[in-house]
Design a protein around this ligand. Structure first.
Ligand code: PLP
Length: 427
């Protein structure tokens, strides 16, 4: 009898799916942890009688296991996995738009997405229009130009501006425009875009899904078989499928996604509260803070799939008070650079969603290719710091930030806060 992990009584919970969906003990060995299949090619029974896999650029058993697992998290058919998140984004846009077509995109998106649109796709004739997708009127007006795709990133990297996915899904449906949501920051644990009306949920699995800073990868989830087929065709043609070993590591990460993401979220909340109370900090952007301008939307849109608790993932961004930073005569940029140099535990690096706490200076790193005028107009100031809060003890992360802030800031107010992490961090 085939092994089954499903209960006939009711649909399995998120954690159960994350660990069991798509995986079964292997028929020959009984191995419970899936094997890594490295074969490039697969024997065919006869001319015209291929098996499930033919050639590893088209599909592969280990990648297929990950795809079944990811699809199950969103009650969707198997997802389509890519070599990187950017490969997923590129393939999605090529699947939906051609020369002469327009794509509507959130004005704040990962810098690589903006670079793809402006430096690679625009010269090929695919026009990108950037719009503030948190402004429904602006979205509605922009949809009148009949773009082929509305591509939303929420929370946006790195300002954490939110887009109301259900509301833009209604607008996109009325306009007959496909809606894709880059759900990298939240994962299906905290938001299921397809349930909110989006056609596509897109992931950089490099971040929380794999979660250990050990792979790059991407995924597209959708419920329309024709769209998935088109995306698979392009992947086979472009040759940007995920490698089997990366897929295997990503499956391993998926097992603990719910546990990790809840901890990332709780730690980030504590760090955000510490920063918000710090005199050298001008502004903190974190959807879990009462002061966050879209706190209400955050509470309704970001929900733990099992507990219903409002959780907001692990990215916090903030700006320093330039007047309190030693030698920061140009305001933000020098302030950001000084803080980046002063941290000890947090590591200056370009990633997020992994176990280690990372600090990024978007203006000089992830978003350096976004023109400065657009960065400034959309809230990515030169002093903005992005933190990806890891799984270290939050007290240690807060102590580190406290000592770094004390190093870069002037004034009695700031010097006295050096040990504040002790008092603020909860276990
Ligand atoms: N989407 C978001 C929100 C990201 O932050 C990133 C990378 O930082 C990507 C997509 C691209 O993913 P990858 O680095 O796996 O290509």
């Amino acid at each position: 009898m085939p092994y089954s992990w499903t209960s006939p009584a009711r649909a399995p919970q998120f954690s159960t799916r994350a660990i069991r969906a798509g995986r079964a003990p292997e028929i020959d060995s009984g191995a419970l942890t899936p094997s890594i299949c490295l074969s490039t090619t697969f024997a065919q029974a006869d001319i015209g009688v291929p098996g499930a896999h033919t050639y590893a650029r088209a599909s592969n058993p280990t990648v297929a296991t990950l795809e079944a697992a990811l699809g199950a998290l969103e009650d969707a058919p198997p997802s389509v996995c890519f070599a990187t998140g950017m490969a997923a984004t590129t393939t999605l846009i090529l699947a939906t738009a051609a020369a002469g077509d327009a794509v509507l995109v959130s004005e704040v998106v990962y810098g690589g997405t903006a670079r793809l649109l402006e430096r690679v796709l625009a010269p090929l004739g695919v026009r990108a229009t950037f719009v503030d997708t948190s402004d429904l009127r602006a979205v509605s007006a922009a949809l009148r130009s009949k773009p082929k795709l509305l591509f939303v990133e929420t929370p946006a990297n790195p300002t954490l501006r939110l887009t109301d996915v259900a509301a833009v899904a209604d607008l996109a449906r009325e306009a007959g425009v496909l809606l894709a949501v880059d759900n990298t920051f939240l994962t299906p644990l905290l938001m299921r875009p397809l349930d909110l009306g989006a056609d596509v949920a897109l992931y950089s699995t490099t971040k929380y899904i794999e979660g250990h800073n050990a792979t790059v990868g991407g995924a597209i989830s959708a419920r329309d078989p024709a769209l998935l087929e088109r995306v698979r065709f392009l992947r086979k043609t472009l040759g940007n499928i995920q490698a089997p070993f990366s897929a295997w590591l990503t499956l391993r990460g998926l097992d603990t996604l719910a546990l990790r993401l809840r901890a990332h979220s709780r730690h980030a909340q504590q760090v955000a509260e510490f920063l918000a109370a710090h005199p050298a900090v001008a502004r903190v952007h974190y959807p879990g803070l009462a002061s966050f301008p879209q706190a209400e939307l955050a509470r309704s849109q970001h929900r733990d799939a099992e507990t219903g608790e409002a959780l907001h993932s692990g990215v916090v961004s903030f700006e320093l008070r330039a007047d309190l930073v030693r030698g920061a005569s140009d305001g933000g940029f020098a302030a950001g650079v000084r803080l980046a140099r002063a941290v000890r535990l947090a590591t200056l690096a370009e990633n997020l969603g992994c176990t280690q706490t990372l600090l990024t200076h978007p203006a000089s790193m992830t978003h350096a290719d976004v023109p400065q005028a657009r960065r400034h107009a959309t809230g990515i100031s030169d002093g903005l710091i992005r933190l990806s809060i890891g799984l270290e003890h939050p007290r240690d992360v807060i102590d580190d930030l406290a000592q770094a802030l004390a190093q870069v800031a002037v004034g009695d107010e700031v010097e006295t806060t050096a040990g504040i992490g002790e008092a603020v961090a909860r276990d």
